[in-house]
Design a protein around this ligand. Structure first.
Ligand code: PEP
Length: 245
């Protein structure tokens, strides 16, 4: 049985005041699942100090060791703060900042090598879905990760299926669409290691909200969610966590 995992992705949002209100309102001990809150780097100390019964995550890390990489943040620094989780390969990183599948795989491998738990994101664009290329695109993204990271290692973290056309758009993959892709991802991982694949948590992300969370999370291969917009309000995020029972 895979315990569900609900992760918040605050993206580039927040302020010390807004974060304090969020942290005062959210109590992970009421959630029937594991909870991770991925905040902008600068707010991670505040989130680490204020979270109750939940873990903090970053939204990115460098693929490189500490050194001459101005503006980057090394995994060692996240660990130094006490951060245990990190999102890797979010579609905004891939599309807006040019992260290739090879870079994403290198970041996932680096996170795992350091003992960080990566939430590795894959997903297709609307054009790719409409061209019938969804499973091919996701298969290639996943293949790059599996070339660098053994499935048994990935168990420390999770994979997230995030259709790009559903992120921040209000458009959600139907439960059937999500399940189809999740099953394909699990089958591909199983090809490398069936035992690990059966334990690996696969999160869905893309306009998940209280109104649609329960039916998405009821799918047999949907083991949690990565929540963007709806995670900015603590009450909405708590309601989604509540649907993961
Ligand atoms: C995300 O940022 O990972 C995400 C899924 O965003 P949203 O929930 O806003 O679609």
């Amino acid at each position: 049985m895979r315990r569900k995992l609900i992760a918040a992705n605050w993206k580039m949002n927040g302020s010390r005041t807004a974060n304090a209100a969020w942290l005062a309102s959210f109590d992970g001990s009421r959630a029937p699942c594991d909870v991770v809150v991925c905040a902008p780097f600068v707010y991670l100390p505040q989130v680490l100090a204020g979270l109750r019964a939940a873990e903090a995550g970053a939204q990115n890390l460098s693929a490189e060791a500490p050194g001459a990489h101005t503006g980057e943040v090394a995994g060692e620094m996240l660990l130094d703060l006490g951060v245990r989780w990190v999102i890797v390969g979010h579609s905004e990183r891939r599309m807006l900042y040019g992260e290739s599948s090879q870079v994403v795989a290198a970041k996932a491998a680096r996170a795992l090598a350091l003992g960080l738990r990566p939430i590795v994101c894959v997903g297709e664009t609307l054009a790719e879905r409409e061209a019938g290329r969804t499973l091919e695109v996701i298969g290639a993204q996943l293949e790059a990760v599996l070339a660098r990271c053994a499935p048994a290692q990935l168990l420390a973290g999770a994979l997230a299926y995030e259709p790009v056309w559903a992120i921040g758009t209000g458009r959600t993959a139907s439960p059937v669409q999500a399940q189809e892709v999740h099953a394909a991802i699990r089958a591909q991982v199983a090809h490398a290691d069936a035992a690990a694949a059966s334990q690996l948590r696969l999160l869905y992300g893309g306009s998940m909200k209280p109104a649609n969370a329960a039916e998405l999370l009821a799918q047999p291969d949907v083991d949690g969610g990565l929540i963007g917009g709806a995670s900015l309000q603590a009450a909405e995020f708590a309601a989604i966590c509540g649907a993961a029972g």
